[in-house]
Design a protein around this ligand. Structure first.
Ligand code: ASP
Ligand code: MG
Length: 452
């Protein structure tokens, strides 16, 4: 029997209408059972983090005010859907536990990563009980199977242990059960709660898909799949009906927001189909991400991605390789993303995006020590399986840049993308032009039509 895993994010279950839409999707997609993974209701994780921060400052009244507001919102929603009495016995101990955790943090004057994960877990668990009630499924605790290490806040999944623990799930689900579980959460070998990092519930869904030998994992979100470009810059951007995992990986590395990079690895290992679809328009186009690349014309670009906020660090050739390598290392340790480290006899260029406050501080210290550090750059990537067959096409596409001040070419191990640095201020003009030239001109007519 074929098994599907469906995942609904916070915005897909944020209110009663959204939950009703999600229930209709579950009925349509899982008539013979399957697994549904949900994250916390929209905004809940942010509110819980605020409550932890307040408690950690010793401000228990503010923390409890947030808890009170979260409780009313959840209870109002459950009442509106007619499930309040059903979930109350599950929810009461969760609210109590949250109150205890916040009280403990306030007493210690510290919200530890471990305590924070414990508090965040309550958001996902509240919504999973409600979703189970509303979808007519059975709640099962994800922490029983999602085994991780103890890196609180960004725990690493332990694949062997997950697969082993998932055996009873495989058994029940293969017999047609409909189960609902939490995204984002895991547990250490000792059973202490962890989280997989912000936005981690996509990764939960694909890891569970892998452990359960699923045929398909569907990520339900609020866009019509993966698009050929950012629609806020390119009016003609449209959904890509099929793409390869390699394309999806390159896109998420270079800025596309729709899929979390960590969520793609399980599909590569397990070979299931990964689908991105729109909860608001379930009948509209969706993107299928396939382990075997779809056929593309040589040279064709599937999508144009970009990321702003890049800093270029320039090191003279006389400095040698050690200082730029050391800078890259300390920036990454502080949470920066590295987009390129290019060295030639003429010097070394390091392209990074700070992402975190500590990384911004490291950057400031490097600038203060005399490293040339330019803000205001962006990385632009052309991504497509077609580039594998005709790498020179990528260079022809670059001709579309005309007289743009390109800061550097970034190559990597991926042969399905070419990326380069341009000033941020050029994006608004450049991205539509590149899309028009590289994507519109070359996509096969099937994908051109986009909508099904
Ligand atoms: N609720 C978590 C977050 O907001 C996980 C997720 O949404 O994927 O980060
Ligand atoms: Mg998400």
């Amino acid at each position: 029997m074929s098994l599907k895993v469906l995942k609904f994010g916070g915005s897909s279950i944020g209110d009663a209408d959204a939950l009703r839409r999600a229930a209709a999707i579950v009925r349509a997609e899982l008539p013979g059972g399957g697994l549904v993974v949900v994250s916390a209701l929209r905004g809940t994780t942010d509110r819980l983090l605020e409550a932890c921060a307040a408690a950690g400052r010793g401000d228990l009244p503010s923390a409890q005010a947030i808890l009170g507001a979260l409780r009313s919102r959840h209870e109002d929603l459950a009442r509106e859907l007619g499930h309040l009495e059903e979930v109350r016995p599950e929810w009461e101990p969760l609210f109590e536990r949250l109150d205890q955790l916040l009280t403990g943090m306030a007493m210690l004057g510290e919200a530890t990563p471990r305590g924070r994960d414990g508090a965040l877990a309550i958001g996902e668990t509240l919504s999973a009980h409600l979703a189970a009630g509303h979808f007519g499924g059975e709640f099962h605790e994800v922490r029983d199977v999602m085994k991780t290490d103890a890196r609180f806040g960004k725990a690493r999944p332990q694949l062997g242990a997950i697969r082993h623990a998932a055996a009873p799930w495989r058994e029940a689900l293969s017999k047609g059960a409909l189960w609902v579980t939490q995204g984002f959460l895991g547990s250490t070998p000792d059973g202490v709660t962890t989280t997989l990092g912000r936005g981690g519930s996509d990764t939960s869904a694909t890891l569970l898909g892998e452990a359960l030998d699923a045929d398909e994992v569907q990520i339900w979100t609020d866009v019509d799949g993966v698009l050929t470009a950012d629609p806020s810059l390119v009016r003609e951007a449209r959904p890509i009906s099929q793409m390869s995992l390699g394309e999806a990986e390159a896109l998420s590395a270079f800025g596309a927001k729709v899929l979390h990079a960590d969520s793609l690895a399980p599909g590569g290992r397990a070979g299931f189909r990964l689908v991105v679809a729109n909860t608001l328009r379930p009948g509209a186009s969706r993107t299928e991400i396939l382990p075997v690349p779809p056929l593309r014309p040589a040279g064709a670009v599937t999508s144009v991605a970009y990321k702003e906020g890049i800093y270029l660090l320039r090191f003279p050739a006389s400095a040698g390789l050690e200082p730029p390598m050391e800078a890259a290392r300390s920036l990454e340790e502080a949470g920066a993303l590295r987009f390129g480290l290019i060295s030639s006899p003429a010097g070394t260029l390091l392209a990074v995006r700070p992402e975190t406050h500590p990384a911004a501080e490291v950057l400031g210290a490097l600038a203060a020590s005399g490293v040339i550090c330019e803000a205001g750059w962006a990385v632009v990537a052309l991504v497509g399986e077609g580039l594998r067959a005709d790498p020179v096409a990528a260079l022809r596409h670059l001709a579309a840049l005309g007289h743009e001040p390109v800061g550097g070419l970034l190559t990597g191990s991926s042969t399905v993308s070419i990326a380069f640095l341009v000033p941020e201020s050029r994006l608004g003009d450049l991205i539509p032009r590149l899309h028009d030239r590289c994507v519109d001109g070359l996509l096969p007519s099937k994908d051109r039509a986009g909508q099904r």
